[in-house]
Design a protein around this ligand. Structure first.
Ligand SMILES: *[C@@H]1O[C@H](CO)[C@@H](O)[C@H](O)[C@H]1NC(C)=O
Ligand SMILES: *[C@@H]1O[C@H](CO)[C@@H](O)[C@H](O)[C@H]1NC(C)=O
Ligand SMILES: *[C@@H]1O[C@H](CO)[C@@H](O)[C@H](O)[C@H]1NC(C)=O
Ligand SMILES: *[C@@H]1O[C@H](CO)[C@@H](O)[C@H](O)[C@H]1NC(C)=O
Ligand SMILES: *[C@@H]1O[C@H](CO)[C@@H](O)[C@H](O)[C@H]1NC(C)=O
Ligand SMILES: CC(=O)N[C@H]1CO[C@H](CO)[C@@H](O)[C@@H]1O
Length: 498
């Protein structure tokens, strides 16, 4: 009898934790997801782009949600127009949307944001256009969108020297945002109050930031100058941090491992700010890109882009970054700067809908998806394999409950480029191994002594299986998890009825 009460109490506790945790701060998406910024090309609607994204192994998307666009075409337009349908058919979920006000002008802050958010009947005040727009958006898209970013790059400045002053003074001149820190926090507060009232499980993210000092300012100021009441500070109105990272600005080096070191450094600076203020948030990156050819004074190459995106998921996961949204789906032939060459596809503006050509480098993303999207990074197996690697080799282990897939490469950081990086011989314990390259071509190696197999690794990560063929060669882990789950439920009910 006593045991029964204890058990009921435990189950009640589990239920309470579950329900409370659903309100905020629980992200039920995959451990890691590659997403995309689709970009706009005349003659191509979003619904035409799903197949291209699928070809590149893309599993989520950062969509632009401008209020004036919805006001003009109706809030359901992205369903009506099959933007979501086409994306979901290609395997995407857990969408992130960035809400901005004016379709053609990211720097437009609507006038009536300081009007009350709620009316006397506790309904959203229609007179506060931004509040009403957020209400309509979340009501319409809550089944698919879980993270809402508020505006894009509010901390963009033309002269980065001003950023250091934000450590102690409020950011007042924000040219890309068109307002100041107070009006930005006002937008966060409106979005938080309204969005959470409709979908308590959604997240409100600061719009793709570049500067940790700006996050610090959001956390320590409120929507009104001089109001430092702890309950009014910006920290109360966000539970996701979204950042942008273009590695060419983060380091002057030109190899993929130096790019990732720079990624880690920026994330860690943001994390320090969060920690200082005890901010509890999930982390995403909504723009990151690498040009596949040099231009405008910046180095770029197919190998650099390919290897950066093959290594990025492992590095991100160890940092707790759940989504990286790649910039961008297609090149822009008419553009001359590095951003014009960051496409996963060559410019498809003037080609037929079924004739867009994927870049060789982007095929690595599809191969990553094939081998690793259904597995999770396994810290203890990673530590174990890494400890057996010679110096200069990086190894991660991914588990699906049945087998491991290893992602292994030679660290390129002390070489000029990924292509220059010296190969290293490694030895793995097993009777045979299957090695898949970024194009998913398989190479099999059998042990001479029945115990170990030696192979060579270079700066391009390979997908390696020991003593099994590769993906799909074991029983499905999904059915096993479902099976265990039902078994657990049966056991619990059995225990209760005792
Ligand atoms: C997020 O991903 C998880 C795991 O793949 C899935 O179960 C869930 O339905 C997704 N949620 C949304 C809103 O897409
Ligand atoms: C965008 O809106 C802001 C604020 O109303 C205005 O100052 C700016 O000129 C607009 N920019 C463009 C390109 O229309
Ligand atoms: C991942 O697992 C799901 C569910 O079992 C399956 O439908 C999908 O094909 C798998 N994806 C890959 C890339 O193997
Ligand atoms: C690559 O080597 C550099 C220099 O030793 C190191 O700082 C970096 O963490 C290494 N990268 C990885 C992914 O281990
Ligand atoms: C589940 O996994 C176990 C090993 O952990 C295996 O023996 C069993 O066959 C699997 N069951 C199913 C249904 O896949
Ligand atoms: C508002 C909008 O995106 N409308 C588009 C919906 O889809 C049709 C057909 O692709 C386009 O012509 C519209 O421009």
């Amino acid at each position: 009898m006593k045991n029964k009460h204890l058990l009921n109490f435990l189950i009640l506790n589990i239920l309470i934790v579950f329900v409370v945790a659903q309100k905020s701060g629980t992200y039920n998406g995959p451990q890691y997801t590659n997403g995309i910024n689709a970009g706009y090309k005349e003659g191509w609607s979003n619904s035409d782009l799903g197949p291209l994204m699928g070809e590149a192994g893309i599993r989520s998307q950062r969509m632009k949600f401008p209020c004036t666009f919805f006001q003009k075409y109706g809030y359901k337009i992205l369903y009506d127009n099959n933007s979501f349908g086409s994306a979901k058919l290609a395997g995407q979920s857990n969408f992130t949307a960035f809400i901005t006000y004016d379709h053609g002008n990211d720097s437009f802050v609507p006038a009536k944001i300081y009007e009350p958010i709620w009316d006397d009947n506790n309904n959203v005040n229609k007179g506060n256009e931004f509040a009403y727009c957020v209400y309509q958006i979340v009501t319409t898209y809550k089944a698919d969108v879980k993270i809402y970013e508020i505006f894009n790059e509010p901390d963009w400045v033309s002269d980065w020297k001003v950023v250091s002053t934000w450590a102690t003074s409020p950011p007042l001149d924000l040219p890309r945002f068109g307002g100041n820190i107070y009006s930005y926090i006002r937008l966060l507060r409106i979005a938080w109050e309204v969005a959470k009232s409709v979908d308590p499980t959604c997240f409100i993210a600061v719009g793709g930031l570049g500067y940790p000092n700006f996050l610090d300012a959001i956390l320590r100021y409120s929507d009104t100058a001089g109001n430092l009441d702890p309950l009014s500070l910006g920290i109360n109105y966000i539970d996701a941090v979204s950042t942008h990272f273009y590695p060419m600005y983060g380091t002057s080096k030109t190899n993929s491992d130096a790019y990732l070191t720079a990624y880690i450094e920026l994330q860690n600076s943001f994390k320090q700010v969060a920690k200082r203020h005890s901010l509890n948030a999930i982390w995403i990156v909504t723009e990151t890109g690498v040009a596949t050819k040099s231009g405008d004074g910046y180095y770029g190459s197919e190998e650099l882009a390919r290897n950066y995106f093959l290594k990025l998921p492992s590095i991100s996961t160890t940092l707790g970054v759940r989504q990286n949204h790649i910039f961008i789906l297609g090149d822009t032939n008419s553009g001359s700067n590095a951003f014009a060459n960051m496409g996963l596809f060559y410019d498809y503006q003037n080609v037929d809908k079924d004739k867009a050509i994927i870049k060789p480098s982007s095929k690595g993303l599809k191969t990553w998806d094939l081998h690793l999207s259904n597995r999770t990074l396994d810290p203890s197996s990673t530590e174990s394999i890494q400890s057996k690697m010679p110096s200069g080799v990086v190894a991660y282990a991914y588990n699906d409950g049945l087998s491991l897939c290893y992602l292994i490469w030679a660290n390129s950081s002390s070489f000029e480029t990924d292509e220059d990086t010296t190969s290293i011989q490694i030895s793995l314990e097993g009777s045979y191994i299957s090695v898949y390259n970024y194009l998913n071509d398989i190479d099999k190696f059998t042990s001479d002594n029945g115990k170990t197999v030696s192979i060579s690794v270079d700066s391009t990560p390979q997908f390696i299986y020991i003593d099994i063929e590769g993906p799909g060669s074991g029983p499905s882990s999904a059915s096993n998890i479902t099976y265990s789950f039902y078994l657990l439920i049966i056991l619990i009910f059995f225990a209760i009825s005792l």
